[in-house]
Design a protein around this ligand. Structure first.
Ligand code: SAM
Ligand code: SF4
Length: 328
């Protein structure tokens, strides 16, 4: 398989696919309480369409696929999609981002189908607060999901936490301490002005440097090199089995390491999370485009990847499409 680089010499080998825009939770920072207007079922790519795009992408150099949403585990028969993608020549790694609510009962089947790793979003370790943030989620179910994923070999399980001032920032240290007990990866993601933007305010946003300072109250951190770590910078407490990652879309531009394309649930190829530019693969697929035409559109997506996004702590712009539709 070849390698594909964009015009800034970044190797693009990673495709994030949103398999569904719907979700079984309504996290306050991601969705409005009433949820978002769901896409019509016919608007969403079928498994055959997703698999075809993944196969053509593998042909130009994509080796890793992440399934996300919305909540990917609520889409029926996801296991079938995973096994189809696992059969594609050139795909070395399939991962999934989930809220973990349904992971407990599905982890074994997912692993058997060919899923390699899982990221679980978890924003509080307190049951009441977890329910409040997710508007109805069950912390025990998410924790059972994490345990089941570890047992199923979906390692390392990465826990993603979005620290938000006044909501869960007092738990930053508790999350960091999880890495003292086991090989878990805990990653702190800067809150972005995207999604349920009515909830957003600059006062709620915590830059990575402040999050890291809070973590360092527990003890000094040493840098850890992780191969293919994408946008996260990793550290660990001396001797700790787990690692701590920081993902800083706003304060530390990770664009120079950006290795990805995104496919939205309605079949739009999105070269950058923060840009509204999209290429309509669904129309091409449904108009009978040949593989070579789909490949040309994928290559175009790589070609037009911007050098960097323009969001920053000072300059906030609001994405029109919610995270759940783009695929966070
Ligand atoms: N439902 C799955 C989940 O929650 O893991 C997958 C989709 S969700 C949109 C993917 C990730 O996006 C989650 O880790 C969530 O915390 C993150 N996310 C959503 N809105 C965000 C925002 N405004 N800022 C930072 N991260 C956000
Ligand atoms: Fe659903 Fe994930 Fe958004 Fe929470 S962050 S509402 S679980 S899509």
């Amino acid at each position: 398989m070849g390698e594909i680089r964009d015009q800034y010499s970044r190797v693009i080998d990673y495709l994030r696919i949103s398999v569904i825009d719907r979700c079984n939770l309504r996290c306050v920072y991601c969705m409005p309480s009433a949820g978002i207007e769901p896409l019509d079922h016919t608007a969403i790519l079928s498994y055959e369409e997703i698999t075809r795009i993944a196969r053509i992408a593998a042909g130009i150099g994509v080796t890793r696929i992440r399934l996300t949403g919305g909540e990917p585990l609520i889409r029926k028969n996801l296991v079938h999609l995973i096994s189809s993608i696992a059969e594609i020549n050139g795909i070395e790694d399939i991962s999934l981002t989930t809220n973990g609510q349904m992971l407990g009962s599905m982890a074994d089947l997912l692993a058997e189908a060919g899923l390699g790793r899982v990221n679980v979003s978890l924003d509080s370790l307190k049951p009441d607060r977890y329910r409040e943030i997710t508007r109805g989620g069950d912390l025990d179910a998410a924790l059972a999901g994490i345990t089941a994923a570890e047992k199923a070999g979906l390692n390392p399980v990465k826990i993603n936490m979005v620290p938000i001032n006044g909501l869960n920032d007092d738990e930053i240290e508790d999350f960091a301490r999880l890495t003292l007990n086991g090989p878990t990866h805990v990653r702190f993601i800067e809150y972005m002005p995207i999604g349920a933007t009515r909830f957003w305010s600059e006062a709620k946003y915590i830059p990575t440097d402040s999050i890291k300072e809070r973590v360092e109250k527990i003890g000094p951190l040493e840098a850890v090199k992780i191969r293919r770590n994408g946008p996260a910078r990793y550290f660990r407490f001396a001797g700790a089995p787990g690692v701590i990652g920081f993902i800083s879309p706003l304060t530390h531009h990770f664009c120079s390491y950006c290795n990805r394309l995104r496919l939205t649930s309605d079949g739009k190829l999105r070269p950058c999370l923060f840009s509204e530019t999209e290429i309509d693969l669904r129309s091409a697929l449904r108009c009978g485009a040949a593989d070579s035409e789909i490949e040309r559109l994928l290559r175009l997506g790589v070609e037009i990847k911007p050098d960097r996004h323009e969001l920053s702590g000072e300059k906030i712009s609001h994405s029109r499409k919610p995270m759940s539709k783009i695929g966070g």
